[in-house]
Design a protein around this ligand. Structure first.
Ligand SMILES: *[C@@H]1O[C@H](CO)[C@@H](O)[C@H](O)[C@H]1NC(C)=O
Ligand SMILES: *[C@@H]1O[C@H](CO)[C@@H](O)[C@H](O)[C@H]1NC(C)=O
Ligand SMILES: *[C@@H]1O[C@H](CO)[C@@H](O)[C@H](O)[C@H]1NC(C)=O
Ligand SMILES: *[C@@H]1O[C@H](CO)[C@@H](O)[C@H](O)[C@H]1NC(C)=O
Length: 413
């Protein structure tokens, strides 16, 4: 009687091994790569799904009413900010006009916590339409941090295709100049202190009292390869570009009018224009998707002892975390926020008990241990070798991204 379940278990394991192995072989085969400077036809892809047309007009796009912030002179803090020299860094969160909740959460957490870092935090929305215009105007009169692209309609397709490039065009046409411009999603927690100290400050000078970037044509982000679209581009949850890149991408978009997934569009435009840019890549320890199952299981966001800190998905570990993605749930957001103070990530407290790791995590550990599955590698490690070339002393990825002398996925300033 006892032999039967054992046998079944054995069979199931054999079956899984065979299937995994087959999938590994089939999927692992090098796919046909697009010709040099010929971007694949990616069509319009939103959340991995192909859509045929740009959505039809839902409401008339009336100009957004001017609604500047009402500064109260008694408010020391506001006075303080307005009298400061211009900031070198624009940290822009792309969000839906009606998403008041995320804006409130972001304003009151990392934007507030890291207010001593010289950045301007802004929210970029499309035309709020008749339903939300009054409320968004009121919000801007209170906080003064909303950029309205009132020529764009608020819908999923627009938000996930052309919105970031339209934002860049808006920055150029309004001469809203910053040395570095970051774009991020609402489900990304930013350790602005860590990003500033490690990535921006080393690439800026202020000898004359004015901030000036010491690098050109540079993108800071997390390189991401998708097999289905045969492209490598900075993962859309957050990337940062120098001001010249804002100009370059705006003009390329005016020329080519690419409508595709917003992060993919960067790679498509660069290929079409035969342009190259320097790329500074985040390590897996610095930018990653938050995985609560990798936490200690004690209600905090700190990782278990046997975490894989270089992988695409994990909990908070070490001193590196800068951009933490996939925090759609407000409980997770708060958990992660609790691990930071104004100096950056806190030191992880000693665990009070043993890690309570779910079985599924041990299961993945096991497959990783026996050499299957790529769960524990970073997005960078997922880029196939055939996309790399070494030219004039620099590593180039997908003919676009110049990583410099070392292909470590990380270049110091
Ligand atoms: C705020 O700034 C205004 C003009 O820039 C100045 O007249 C005023 O004294 C300042 N108030 C405080 C409290 O610093
Ligand atoms: C929002 O407020 C800021 C700060 O006062 C102002 O510069 C900006 O023009 C306002 N935006 C709109 C769309 O009125
Ligand atoms: C220039 O940089 C130094 C050191 O990072 C900083 O203390 C100072 O405030 C900066 N000056 C300006 C004008 O921002
Ligand atoms: C993470 O990657 C670094 C090199 O980038 C390596 O030195 C380190 O051992 C890796 N950590 C783990 C736990 O694999």
């Amino acid at each position: 009687m006892r032999a039967t379940p054992k046998l079944i278990r054995l069979l199931v394991i054999c079956l899984i091994i065979t299937t995994t192995f087959t999938v590994h072989l089939v999927v692992g085969k090098q796919s046909q790569h697009h010709a040099a400077f010929e971007p694949p036809d990616s069509g319009t892809v939103v959340h991995g799904k192909q859509v045929n047309k740009v959505a039809k007009a839902l409401y008339p796009l009336h100009p957004f009413p001017e609604s500047p912030m009402q500064v109260s002179l008694s408010d020391d803090d506001h006075n303080h900010t307005s009298s400061q020299p211009p900031k070198p860094w624009l940290a822009a969160v792309i969000c839906a006009a009606a998403d008041f909740e995320h804006r409130a959460a972001i304003r009151s957490t990392w934007m507030q916590l890291f207010r001593d870092v010289p950045f301007d935090g802004r929210f970029v929305v499309a035309n709020p339409g008749p339903q939300w215009t009054a409320m968004v105007a009121m919000e801007n009169r209170t906080f003064g941090d909303i950029i309205v692209l009132d020529h764009l309609q608020e819908d999923d397709v627009t938000a996930n295709t052309v919105k970031t490039l339209e934002f860049y065009k808006w920055l150029v046409s309004h001469d809203y100049r910053y040395e570095f411009v970051s774009k991020m999603d609402t489900d990304l927690w930013l350790n602005a202190r860590g990003f500033w100290d490690k990535f921006l400050a080393p690439r800026l000078s202020n000898k004359t009292g004015v901030w000036k970037s010491t690098v050109e044509r540079t993108v800071i982000g997390e390189l991401y390869y998708t097999r289905s679209w045969d492209l490598v581009f900075p993962h859309g949850s957050m990337y940062t570009v120098t001001w010249d890149m804002v100009g370059l991408l705006s003009s390329l978009q005016s020329r080519f009018k690419v409508v595709t997934g917003e992060d993919m569009a960067l790679a498509v435009l660069m290929l079409k224009g035969r342009e190259r840019a320097n790329f500074v890549n985040f390590r897996g320890t610095e930018k990653f998707d938050y995985d609560d199952r990798d936490s200690r299981g004690d209600g905090t966001a700190w990782s278990r002892a046997s975490t894989h800190p270089n992988s695409t998905r994990h909990a908070l570990y070490g001193t590196d975390p800068i951009a933490i993605h996939e925090l759609k749930d407000s409980k997770l957001w708060r958990k992660v926020a609790d691990c930071f103070d104004e100096t950056g990530l806190k030191k992880a407290p000693e665990p009070l008990g043993p890690d309570r790791t779910p079985f599924s995590v041990h299961w993945f550990d096991f497959w990783d241990f026996v050499g299957f599955g790529h769960r524990h590698r970073s997005r960078f490690d997922g880029i196939p070798d055939f996309l790399w070339s070494f030219q004039d002393g620099s590593w180039i990825c997908d003919d676009i991204w110049n990583l410099g002398k070392t292909k470590t996925g990380y270049s110091a300033a």
